[in-house]
Design a protein around this ligand. Sequence first.
Ligand code: FAD
Length: 525
Amino acid sequence: MIAYIEPYFLDNESDAASVLTVTGRSSDGVSESLNIQGEILCGGSAANIAGKDFGGMNCVKPLAVVRPVGPEDIAGAVRAALSSDKLTVAARGNGHSINGQAMAEGGLVVDMRSTADNHFEVGFLAGGDGGGTAFVDVSGWALWENVLKRCVSEYGLAPRSWTDYLGLTVGGTLSNAGVSGQAFRYGPQTSNVTELDVVTGNGDVVTCSEMENSELFFSVLGGLGQFGIITRARVLLQPAPDMVRWIRIVYTEFDEFSRDAEWLVSQKDEASFDYVEGFVFVNGDDPVNGWPAVPLHPDHVFDPTRLPQSSGSVLYCLELALHYRDSDSNSTVDKRVERLIGRLRFDEGLRFEVDLPYVDFLLRVKRSEEMAKVNGTWETPHPWLNLFVSKRDIGDFEQKVFKELVKNGVGGPMLVYPLLRSRWDDRTSVVLPEGEIFYIVALLRFVPPGAKASSVDKLVAQNQEIVQWCVKNGIDFKLYLPHYKSREEWIRHFGNRWSRFVDRKAMFDPMAILSPGQKVFSRAL
Ligand code: FAD
Protein backbone atom coordinates (compact mmCIF):
# COMPACT_ATOMS: atom_id res chain seq x y z
CA MET A 1 0.00 0.00 0.00
CA ILE A 2 2.85 2.36 0.75
CA ALA A 3 3.62 2.35 -2.94
CA TYR A 4 0.89 4.97 -3.23
CA ILE A 5 2.70 7.38 -0.96
CA GLU A 6 6.05 7.73 -2.61
CA PRO A 7 5.05 8.93 -6.07
CA TYR A 8 2.43 11.15 -4.49
CA PHE A 9 4.85 13.01 -2.25
CA LEU A 10 7.67 13.11 -4.73
CA ASP A 11 5.42 14.71 -7.31
CA ASN A 12 4.21 17.40 -4.93
CA GLU A 13 7.10 19.65 -4.06
CA SER A 14 5.20 22.90 -3.86
CA ASP A 15 4.17 24.36 -0.52
CA ALA A 16 0.65 24.98 -1.72
CA ALA A 17 0.02 21.31 -2.17
CA SER A 18 2.10 20.25 0.75
CA VAL A 19 -0.31 20.05 3.64
CA LEU A 20 -2.75 17.20 3.70
CA THR A 21 -5.02 16.65 6.60
CA VAL A 22 -5.66 12.97 6.55
CA THR A 23 -9.17 12.28 7.66
CA GLY A 24 -9.78 8.95 6.04
CA ARG A 25 -11.94 10.53 3.38
CA SER A 26 -9.42 11.30 0.68
CA SER A 27 -9.26 9.10 -2.36
CA ASP A 28 -5.61 9.69 -3.20
CA GLY A 29 -4.37 6.58 -1.45
CA VAL A 30 -2.39 8.51 1.14
CA SER A 31 -4.84 8.16 3.97
CA GLU A 32 -5.35 4.47 3.31
CA SER A 33 -1.61 3.87 3.23
CA LEU A 34 -0.72 5.85 6.33
CA ASN A 35 -3.96 5.36 8.15
CA ILE A 36 -3.45 8.19 10.62
CA GLN A 37 -5.61 10.96 12.02
CA GLY A 38 -2.89 13.61 12.09
CA GLU A 39 -1.37 15.76 9.40
CA ILE A 40 1.11 14.94 6.67
CA LEU A 41 3.36 17.58 5.18
CA CYS A 42 5.59 17.15 2.20
CA GLY A 43 7.75 19.10 -0.22
CA GLY A 44 9.22 22.38 0.98
CA SER A 45 7.17 22.40 4.19
CA ALA A 46 8.60 19.05 5.23
CA ALA A 47 12.15 20.11 4.41
CA ASN A 48 11.70 23.36 6.36
CA ILE A 49 10.68 21.44 9.47
CA ALA A 50 12.95 18.44 9.30
CA GLY A 51 15.72 19.18 6.80
CA LYS A 52 18.05 20.98 9.23
CA ASP A 53 19.17 20.76 12.84
CA PHE A 54 21.01 22.83 15.44
CA GLY A 55 24.37 21.60 14.14
CA GLY A 56 23.59 23.30 10.83
CA MET A 57 26.01 21.09 8.92
CA ASN A 58 23.56 18.62 7.38
CA CYS A 59 20.72 19.28 5.02
CA VAL A 60 18.55 16.41 3.82
CA LYS A 61 15.10 16.09 2.27
CA PRO A 62 12.60 13.88 4.06
CA LEU A 63 9.85 12.30 2.03
CA ALA A 64 7.26 13.67 4.43
CA VAL A 65 6.68 14.97 7.93
CA VAL A 66 3.95 13.27 9.95
CA ARG A 67 2.23 15.21 12.71
CA PRO A 68 0.63 12.50 14.84
CA VAL A 69 -2.20 13.05 17.28
CA GLY A 70 -0.98 10.17 19.47
CA PRO A 71 0.89 6.85 19.65
CA GLU A 72 -1.48 5.09 17.23
CA ASP A 73 -0.56 7.56 14.49
CA ILE A 74 3.12 7.00 15.17
CA ALA A 75 2.55 3.25 15.03
CA GLY A 76 0.68 3.83 11.75
CA ALA A 77 3.71 5.61 10.29
CA VAL A 78 6.02 2.79 11.42
CA ARG A 79 3.73 0.13 9.98
CA ALA A 80 3.53 2.00 6.70
CA ALA A 81 7.33 2.08 6.57
CA LEU A 82 7.46 -1.64 7.42
CA SER A 83 5.24 -2.46 4.50
CA SER A 84 7.36 -0.42 2.08
CA ASP A 85 10.63 -1.63 0.70
CA LYS A 86 12.83 1.24 1.83
CA LEU A 87 11.09 3.82 4.02
CA THR A 88 12.53 4.83 7.38
CA VAL A 89 11.04 6.79 10.30
CA ALA A 90 12.77 9.34 12.52
CA ALA A 91 11.26 10.92 15.60
CA ARG A 92 12.17 14.57 15.73
CA GLY A 93 12.36 16.19 19.14
CA ASN A 94 13.41 19.82 19.00
CA GLY A 95 16.00 19.13 16.31
CA HIS A 96 18.87 20.06 18.64
CA SER A 97 21.13 17.33 17.35
CA ILE A 98 24.44 18.33 15.81
CA ASN A 99 24.98 15.76 13.09
CA GLY A 100 21.61 15.00 11.52
CA GLN A 101 20.64 12.34 14.08
CA ALA A 102 16.92 13.26 13.92
CA MET A 103 16.78 13.32 10.12
CA ALA A 104 15.46 10.75 7.65
CA GLU A 105 16.61 11.26 4.08
CA GLY A 106 13.72 10.26 1.84
CA GLY A 107 11.90 8.90 4.90
CA LEU A 108 9.13 9.89 7.28
CA VAL A 109 9.91 12.31 10.08
CA VAL A 110 7.53 12.22 13.02
CA ASP A 111 7.20 15.78 14.29
CA MET A 112 6.64 14.94 17.96
CA ARG A 113 5.71 18.57 18.71
CA SER A 114 2.08 17.85 17.79
CA THR A 115 1.88 15.50 20.79
CA ALA A 116 3.36 17.96 23.31
CA ASP A 117 0.20 18.30 25.40
CA ASN A 118 -0.88 14.65 25.41
CA HIS A 119 0.27 14.07 29.01
CA PHE A 120 0.85 16.04 32.17
CA GLU A 121 -0.12 14.28 35.35
CA VAL A 122 1.57 14.22 38.73
CA GLY A 123 1.26 11.11 40.93
CA PHE A 124 3.03 9.11 43.62
CA LEU A 125 4.80 5.76 43.31
CA ALA A 126 2.96 3.05 45.21
CA GLY A 127 4.54 0.87 47.94
CA GLY A 128 8.08 -0.49 48.22
CA ASP A 129 11.12 1.69 48.65
CA GLY A 130 9.79 4.21 46.18
CA GLY A 131 6.51 4.64 48.09
CA GLY A 132 5.60 8.28 48.38
CA THR A 133 8.03 9.41 45.69
CA ALA A 134 6.37 11.88 43.35
CA PHE A 135 6.50 11.58 39.58
CA VAL A 136 5.10 13.34 36.55
CA ASP A 137 3.91 11.67 33.37
CA VAL A 138 4.89 13.83 30.42
CA SER A 139 4.73 13.53 26.67
CA GLY A 140 7.85 12.43 24.76
CA TRP A 141 7.89 15.80 23.09
CA ALA A 142 7.51 17.86 26.26
CA LEU A 143 10.23 20.48 26.52
CA TRP A 144 12.12 20.23 29.82
CA GLU A 145 11.63 23.96 30.22
CA ASN A 146 7.85 23.52 30.31
CA VAL A 147 8.05 20.47 32.58
CA LEU A 148 10.04 22.61 35.03
CA LYS A 149 7.68 25.57 34.95
CA ARG A 150 4.50 23.52 35.38
CA CYS A 151 5.87 21.20 38.06
CA VAL A 152 7.16 24.10 40.15
CA SER A 153 4.26 26.50 39.71
CA GLU A 154 1.45 23.96 40.07
CA TYR A 155 2.97 21.47 42.58
CA GLY A 156 6.12 22.95 44.14
CA LEU A 157 7.95 19.90 42.73
CA ALA A 158 10.72 19.48 40.15
CA PRO A 159 12.63 16.73 38.32
CA ARG A 160 15.93 15.85 40.01
CA SER A 161 18.30 15.59 37.05
CA TRP A 162 18.61 18.15 34.28
CA THR A 163 20.45 19.25 31.18
CA ASP A 164 22.08 22.70 31.20
CA TYR A 165 19.79 23.94 28.46
CA LEU A 166 16.08 23.13 28.76
CA GLY A 167 14.86 23.77 25.20
CA LEU A 168 15.31 20.02 24.63
CA THR A 169 12.65 17.33 24.57
CA VAL A 170 12.12 14.57 27.10
CA GLY A 171 12.27 11.88 24.39
CA GLY A 172 15.36 13.45 22.78
CA THR A 173 17.48 13.62 25.96
CA LEU A 174 16.31 10.19 27.20
CA SER A 175 17.50 8.75 23.88
CA ASN A 176 21.01 9.98 24.77
CA ALA A 177 21.38 10.33 28.58
CA GLY A 178 20.67 13.94 29.68
CA VAL A 179 23.50 15.32 31.79
CA SER A 180 24.13 18.38 33.92
CA GLY A 181 25.57 19.39 37.29
CA GLN A 182 23.04 17.28 39.26
CA ALA A 183 24.04 14.00 37.55
CA PHE A 184 26.83 13.25 40.06
CA ARG A 185 24.10 12.77 42.67
CA TYR A 186 21.06 11.50 40.78
CA GLY A 187 22.63 10.10 37.65
CA PRO A 188 21.65 11.23 34.16
CA GLN A 189 18.02 11.79 33.22
CA THR A 190 17.91 8.16 32.04
CA SER A 191 18.36 7.14 35.70
CA ASN A 192 15.38 9.25 36.75
CA VAL A 193 12.48 7.74 34.79
CA THR A 194 10.51 4.71 35.92
CA GLU A 195 8.13 4.00 33.05
CA LEU A 196 7.83 4.73 29.33
CA ASP A 197 5.26 4.31 26.58
CA VAL A 198 7.07 3.37 23.41
CA VAL A 199 6.18 2.69 19.78
CA THR A 200 8.64 0.02 18.65
CA GLY A 201 10.10 -0.52 15.21
CA ASN A 202 7.64 -3.44 14.93
CA GLY A 203 4.80 -0.92 15.09
CA ASP A 204 3.70 -2.05 18.58
CA VAL A 205 2.61 0.40 21.28
CA VAL A 206 4.14 -0.87 24.54
CA THR A 207 4.31 0.31 28.16
CA CYS A 208 7.63 -0.60 29.76
CA SER A 209 9.49 -0.21 33.05
CA GLU A 210 12.10 -2.02 35.14
CA MET A 211 9.44 -4.64 35.97
CA GLU A 212 7.38 -4.76 32.77
CA ASN A 213 8.93 -5.28 29.32
CA SER A 214 12.22 -4.37 30.96
CA GLU A 215 14.41 -5.23 27.97
CA LEU A 216 12.61 -2.60 25.91
CA PHE A 217 12.75 -0.07 28.77
CA PHE A 218 16.53 -0.31 29.15
CA SER A 219 17.10 -0.56 25.39
CA VAL A 220 15.29 2.69 24.70
CA LEU A 221 17.08 4.66 27.46
CA GLY A 222 20.22 6.01 25.81
CA GLY A 223 19.23 3.99 22.74
CA LEU A 224 19.79 6.75 20.15
CA GLY A 225 16.20 6.32 18.96
CA GLN A 226 17.09 2.86 17.58
CA PHE A 227 14.50 0.74 19.38
CA GLY A 228 11.36 2.79 19.78
CA ILE A 229 9.77 6.20 19.88
CA ILE A 230 9.01 7.44 23.42
CA THR A 231 5.53 8.90 23.63
CA ARG A 232 5.25 9.15 27.43
CA ALA A 233 7.83 9.20 30.22
CA ARG A 234 7.33 8.95 33.98
CA VAL A 235 9.88 11.33 35.50
CA LEU A 236 10.80 11.29 39.22
CA LEU A 237 10.26 14.52 41.15
CA GLN A 238 11.49 16.08 44.38
CA PRO A 239 10.37 19.13 46.35
CA ALA A 240 11.62 22.21 44.49
CA PRO A 241 13.85 24.57 46.49
CA ASP A 242 13.00 28.28 46.37
CA MET A 243 16.46 29.69 45.85
CA VAL A 244 19.95 28.81 44.71
CA ARG A 245 23.34 30.21 45.64
CA TRP A 246 25.34 30.03 42.42
CA ILE A 247 29.13 30.16 42.81
CA ARG A 248 32.16 30.18 40.51
CA ILE A 249 35.71 29.73 41.76
CA VAL A 250 38.89 29.84 39.69
CA TYR A 251 41.89 27.50 39.63
CA THR A 252 45.26 27.87 37.95
CA GLU A 253 46.17 24.19 38.08
CA PHE A 254 44.08 21.41 36.59
CA ASP A 255 45.26 18.97 39.27
CA GLU A 256 43.80 21.11 42.05
CA PHE A 257 40.62 21.80 40.10
CA SER A 258 40.04 18.10 39.45
CA ARG A 259 40.95 17.02 42.99
CA ASP A 260 38.38 19.43 44.46
CA ALA A 261 35.74 18.57 41.85
CA GLU A 262 36.19 14.84 42.48
CA TRP A 263 36.03 15.36 46.24
CA LEU A 264 32.77 17.31 45.90
CA VAL A 265 31.05 14.72 43.68
CA SER A 266 32.14 11.88 45.98
CA GLN A 267 30.52 13.30 49.15
CA LYS A 268 27.32 11.81 50.51
CA ASP A 269 24.05 13.56 49.64
CA GLU A 270 23.76 16.40 52.09
CA ALA A 271 27.49 16.88 52.44
CA SER A 272 28.05 18.56 49.08
CA PHE A 273 26.66 21.18 46.78
CA ASP A 274 23.50 20.34 44.83
CA TYR A 275 25.16 21.07 41.51
CA VAL A 276 28.80 20.66 40.47
CA GLU A 277 30.14 21.55 37.04
CA GLY A 278 33.36 23.02 35.68
CA PHE A 279 34.83 24.66 32.62
CA VAL A 280 38.12 25.67 31.07
CA PHE A 281 38.69 29.24 29.89
CA VAL A 282 41.43 31.23 28.25
CA ASN A 283 43.84 33.16 30.47
CA GLY A 284 43.25 36.50 28.73
CA ASP A 285 40.72 39.26 28.22
CA ASP A 286 38.92 37.76 25.20
CA PRO A 287 35.26 38.64 25.90
CA VAL A 288 33.90 35.19 24.90
CA ASN A 289 36.69 32.76 25.75
CA GLY A 290 38.57 34.55 28.52
CA TRP A 291 38.22 36.15 31.96
CA PRO A 292 34.91 37.99 31.18
CA ALA A 293 33.19 34.59 30.77
CA VAL A 294 33.54 33.88 34.49
CA PRO A 295 31.75 36.58 36.58
CA LEU A 296 28.07 35.94 37.32
CA HIS A 297 26.90 39.53 37.62
CA PRO A 298 27.62 42.78 35.71
CA ASP A 299 29.02 44.27 38.95
CA HIS A 300 31.57 41.47 39.33
CA VAL A 301 35.08 42.12 38.04
CA PHE A 302 37.62 39.44 37.20
CA ASP A 303 40.89 40.77 38.62
CA PRO A 304 43.77 39.02 36.79
CA THR A 305 46.32 40.41 39.27
CA ARG A 306 44.93 37.76 41.63
CA LEU A 307 46.32 35.02 39.41
CA PRO A 308 49.65 33.52 40.42
CA GLN A 309 52.68 34.25 38.22
CA SER A 310 52.78 30.60 37.30
CA SER A 311 49.38 30.66 35.56
CA GLY A 312 49.37 29.14 32.08
CA SER A 313 47.45 29.67 28.84
CA VAL A 314 44.20 28.28 30.24
CA LEU A 315 42.47 28.42 33.64
CA TYR A 316 39.75 26.33 35.27
CA CYS A 317 36.49 27.27 36.92
CA LEU A 318 34.41 25.16 39.27
CA GLU A 319 30.73 26.05 39.09
CA LEU A 320 28.67 25.15 42.15
CA ALA A 321 25.15 25.66 43.40
CA LEU A 322 23.45 25.17 46.73
CA HIS A 323 19.68 24.92 47.06
CA TYR A 324 17.85 26.61 49.90
CA ARG A 325 14.40 27.71 51.04
CA ASP A 326 13.08 31.22 51.51
CA SER A 327 12.74 30.35 55.19
CA ASP A 328 16.52 29.66 55.57
CA SER A 329 18.34 32.62 57.05
CA ASN A 330 21.31 34.16 55.24
CA SER A 331 23.64 33.05 57.96
CA THR A 332 22.49 29.44 57.67
CA VAL A 333 23.13 29.45 53.93
CA ASP A 334 26.49 31.23 54.40
CA LYS A 335 27.56 28.63 56.96
CA ARG A 336 26.65 25.69 54.70
CA VAL A 337 28.54 27.26 51.80
CA GLU A 338 31.63 28.16 53.85
CA ARG A 339 31.80 24.70 55.39
CA LEU A 340 32.15 23.20 51.91
CA ILE A 341 34.09 25.90 50.16
CA GLY A 342 36.54 26.26 53.02
CA ARG A 343 38.03 22.91 52.00
CA LEU A 344 38.66 23.91 48.39
CA ARG A 345 41.98 25.25 47.05
CA PHE A 346 40.96 27.82 44.47
CA ASP A 347 42.77 31.10 43.75
CA GLU A 348 42.01 33.54 46.57
CA GLY A 349 40.00 36.53 45.41
CA LEU A 350 38.65 34.78 42.32
CA ARG A 351 35.28 33.76 43.70
CA PHE A 352 31.96 35.00 42.30
CA GLU A 353 28.48 34.34 43.63
CA VAL A 354 24.86 35.34 43.26
CA ASP A 355 21.55 34.26 44.78
CA LEU A 356 18.68 33.66 42.41
CA PRO A 357 15.35 31.80 42.24
CA TYR A 358 15.68 28.07 41.49
CA VAL A 359 13.72 28.32 38.23
CA ASP A 360 15.91 31.20 36.99
CA PHE A 361 19.02 29.15 37.80
CA LEU A 362 17.75 26.20 35.77
CA LEU A 363 16.82 28.53 32.92
CA ARG A 364 20.24 30.25 32.96
CA VAL A 365 21.21 29.06 29.47
CA LYS A 366 18.06 30.62 28.03
CA ARG A 367 19.71 34.01 28.49
CA SER A 368 22.70 32.81 26.47
CA GLU A 369 20.30 31.55 23.81
CA GLU A 370 18.67 34.97 23.61
CA MET A 371 22.06 36.68 23.28
CA ALA A 372 23.19 34.19 20.63
CA LYS A 373 20.00 34.85 18.69
CA VAL A 374 20.74 38.58 18.78
CA ASN A 375 24.38 38.23 17.69
CA GLY A 376 23.54 35.61 15.04
CA THR A 377 25.51 32.69 16.49
CA TRP A 378 22.40 30.62 17.28
CA GLU A 379 21.73 30.18 13.56
CA THR A 380 25.28 29.55 12.36
CA PRO A 381 26.77 26.01 12.34
CA HIS A 382 27.67 24.35 15.67
CA PRO A 383 30.42 21.79 15.21
CA TRP A 384 30.22 20.57 18.81
CA LEU A 385 32.16 17.72 20.31
CA ASN A 386 31.04 15.91 23.49
CA LEU A 387 32.99 13.10 25.12
CA PHE A 388 33.20 11.10 28.31
CA VAL A 389 36.85 10.63 29.36
CA SER A 390 38.00 8.33 32.16
CA LYS A 391 39.61 9.80 35.29
CA ARG A 392 42.68 7.73 34.40
CA ASP A 393 43.21 9.68 31.17
CA ILE A 394 41.75 13.11 31.87
CA GLY A 395 45.18 14.54 32.78
CA ASP A 396 46.71 13.52 29.42
CA PHE A 397 43.61 14.71 27.60
CA GLU A 398 43.80 18.05 29.36
CA GLN A 399 47.47 18.54 28.40
CA LYS A 400 46.89 17.75 24.75
CA VAL A 401 43.45 19.20 24.10
CA PHE A 402 42.90 22.13 26.45
CA LYS A 403 46.52 23.27 26.76
CA GLU A 404 47.42 22.74 23.12
CA LEU A 405 44.67 22.17 20.55
CA VAL A 406 41.98 24.55 21.86
CA LYS A 407 44.10 26.81 24.01
CA ASN A 408 42.60 29.88 22.30
CA GLY A 409 39.04 28.79 23.07
CA VAL A 410 36.19 27.53 20.88
CA GLY A 411 33.95 30.61 20.82
CA GLY A 412 31.74 29.09 23.52
CA PRO A 413 31.91 27.05 26.73
CA MET A 414 34.49 24.26 27.18
CA LEU A 415 32.92 22.15 29.91
CA VAL A 416 34.81 19.59 31.96
CA TYR A 417 33.52 18.02 35.17
CA PRO A 418 33.45 14.62 36.87
CA LEU A 419 30.56 12.15 37.09
CA LEU A 420 30.11 8.88 38.94
CA ARG A 421 29.54 5.70 36.99
CA SER A 422 27.64 4.09 39.87
CA ARG A 423 24.79 6.59 39.31
CA TRP A 424 24.27 5.24 35.78
CA ASP A 425 22.34 2.04 35.14
CA ASP A 426 24.44 -0.21 32.94
CA ARG A 427 21.34 -2.00 31.71
CA THR A 428 20.57 1.06 29.54
CA SER A 429 22.08 1.38 26.06
CA VAL A 430 24.54 4.14 27.08
CA VAL A 431 28.22 3.19 27.05
CA LEU A 432 30.77 4.78 29.41
CA PRO A 433 34.53 4.67 30.03
CA GLU A 434 35.83 2.33 32.74
CA GLY A 435 36.26 3.31 36.39
CA GLU A 436 33.97 4.96 38.92
CA ILE A 437 34.90 8.56 38.03
CA PHE A 438 34.83 9.87 34.48
CA TYR A 439 34.64 13.38 33.05
CA ILE A 440 32.21 14.90 30.60
CA VAL A 441 34.01 17.18 28.15
CA ALA A 442 31.97 19.46 25.90
CA LEU A 443 33.51 21.76 23.29
CA LEU A 444 30.51 23.96 22.51
CA ARG A 445 31.77 25.80 19.46
CA PHE A 446 29.97 28.91 18.23
CA VAL A 447 30.83 30.34 14.83
CA PRO A 448 30.40 34.04 13.96
CA PRO A 449 27.90 34.93 11.22
CA GLY A 450 29.55 35.24 7.83
CA ALA A 451 32.27 32.70 8.65
CA LYS A 452 33.41 30.80 5.55
CA ALA A 453 32.38 27.18 5.10
CA SER A 454 36.09 26.33 5.08
CA SER A 455 36.49 27.65 8.64
CA VAL A 456 33.65 25.39 9.83
CA ASP A 457 35.36 22.49 8.04
CA LYS A 458 38.53 23.26 10.01
CA LEU A 459 36.63 23.03 13.29
CA VAL A 460 35.10 19.71 12.25
CA ALA A 461 38.60 18.53 11.29
CA GLN A 462 39.89 19.59 14.70
CA ASN A 463 37.14 17.53 16.38
CA GLN A 464 38.25 14.56 14.29
CA GLU A 465 41.86 15.21 15.24
CA ILE A 466 40.89 15.10 18.93
CA VAL A 467 39.00 11.83 18.50
CA GLN A 468 41.84 10.32 16.46
CA TRP A 469 44.38 11.42 19.06
CA CYS A 470 42.28 9.71 21.75
CA VAL A 471 42.10 6.49 19.71
CA LYS A 472 45.83 6.47 18.88
CA ASN A 473 46.87 7.13 22.44
CA GLY A 474 44.61 4.53 23.97
CA ILE A 475 42.56 7.13 25.86
CA ASP A 476 39.60 5.49 27.59
CA PHE A 477 36.77 7.61 26.17
CA LYS A 478 33.29 7.44 24.63
CA LEU A 479 31.65 10.03 22.43
CA TYR A 480 28.50 11.47 24.01
CA LEU A 481 25.79 12.21 21.39
CA PRO A 482 27.95 9.96 19.18
CA HIS A 483 28.33 10.43 15.48
CA TYR A 484 30.18 7.92 13.34
CA LYS A 485 30.12 7.06 9.67
CA SER A 486 31.40 3.50 9.59
CA ARG A 487 30.26 0.28 11.20
CA GLU A 488 33.78 -0.30 12.54
CA GLU A 489 33.60 2.94 14.49
CA TRP A 490 30.24 2.00 15.99
CA ILE A 491 31.59 -1.40 16.96
CA ARG A 492 34.55 0.29 18.66
CA HIS A 493 32.20 2.76 20.36
CA PHE A 494 30.03 0.07 21.90
CA GLY A 495 32.91 -2.28 22.63
CA ASN A 496 31.70 -5.39 24.46
CA ARG A 497 28.15 -3.94 24.41
CA TRP A 498 27.92 -4.06 20.62
CA SER A 499 26.36 -7.51 20.46
CA ARG A 500 23.74 -6.48 23.05
CA PHE A 501 22.91 -3.39 20.95
CA VAL A 502 22.59 -5.55 17.81
CA ASP A 503 20.40 -8.12 19.62
CA ARG A 504 18.15 -5.35 20.88
CA LYS A 505 17.86 -3.97 17.37
CA ALA A 506 16.85 -7.42 16.08
CA MET A 507 14.20 -7.62 18.78
CA PHE A 508 12.61 -4.17 18.59
CA ASP A 509 13.39 -2.82 15.11
CA PRO A 510 14.44 -5.77 12.94
CA MET A 511 13.93 -3.89 9.67
CA ALA A 512 16.04 -0.94 10.90
CA ILE A 513 13.23 1.53 10.30
CA LEU A 514 13.99 3.90 13.19
CA SER A 515 16.30 6.92 13.50
CA PRO A 516 18.30 6.36 10.30
CA GLY A 517 20.10 9.69 10.90
CA GLN A 518 22.20 8.02 13.60
CA LYS A 519 23.76 5.91 10.83
CA VAL A 520 24.23 2.86 13.05
CA PHE A 521 22.23 0.41 10.91
CA SER A 522 21.01 0.39 7.31
CA ARG A 523 17.37 -0.17 6.44
CA ALA A 524 16.83 -3.86 5.77
CA LEU A 525 15.49 -4.56 2.30
P1 FAD B 1 16.49 15.58 18.57
O1 FAD B 1 17.80 16.19 18.24
O2 FAD B 1 15.34 16.02 17.79
O3 FAD B 1 16.61 13.98 18.51
C1 FAD B 1 17.74 13.32 19.02
C2 FAD B 1 17.66 11.83 18.70
O4 FAD B 1 16.65 11.22 19.47
C3 FAD B 1 17.33 11.52 17.25
O5 FAD B 1 17.95 10.33 16.88
C4 FAD B 1 15.83 11.35 17.28
O6 FAD B 1 15.38 10.53 16.23
C5 FAD B 1 15.63 10.71 18.64
N1 FAD B 1 14.36 11.08 19.26
C6 FAD B 1 13.83 12.30 19.39
N2 FAD B 1 12.67 12.22 20.08
C7 FAD B 1 12.50 10.92 20.39
C8 FAD B 1 11.51 10.20 21.08
N3 FAD B 1 10.43 10.79 21.59
N4 FAD B 1 11.67 8.86 21.21
C9 FAD B 1 12.75 8.22 20.71
N5 FAD B 1 13.70 8.86 20.03
C10 FAD B 1 13.59 10.20 19.87
N6 FAD B 1 22.64 17.31 26.38
C11 FAD B 1 22.90 17.02 27.67
O7 FAD B 1 22.90 15.86 28.06
N7 FAD B 1 23.16 18.02 28.57
C12 FAD B 1 23.12 19.33 28.23
O8 FAD B 1 23.34 20.19 29.05
C13 FAD B 1 22.83 19.66 26.88
N8 FAD B 1 22.75 20.95 26.48
C14 FAD B 1 22.47 21.23 25.17
C15 FAD B 1 22.38 22.58 24.78
C16 FAD B 1 22.08 22.89 23.48
C17 FAD B 1 21.97 24.33 23.08
C18 FAD B 1 21.91 21.86 22.53
C19 FAD B 1 21.64 22.19 21.11
C20 FAD B 1 22.00 20.53 22.89
C21 FAD B 1 22.29 20.21 24.23
N9 FAD B 1 22.36 18.88 24.65
C22 FAD B 1 22.62 18.60 25.97
C23 FAD B 1 22.23 17.77 23.71
C24 FAD B 1 20.83 17.23 23.65
O9 FAD B 1 20.63 16.34 24.73
C25 FAD B 1 20.64 16.49 22.35
O10 FAD B 1 20.71 17.42 21.33
C26 FAD B 1 19.39 15.66 22.28
O11 FAD B 1 19.39 15.10 21.00
C27 FAD B 1 18.10 16.38 22.56
O12 FAD B 1 17.68 17.21 21.54
P2 FAD B 1 16.19 17.14 20.98
O13 FAD B 1 15.23 16.95 22.07
O14 FAD B 1 16.04 18.33 20.09
O15 FAD B 1 16.23 15.78 20.13
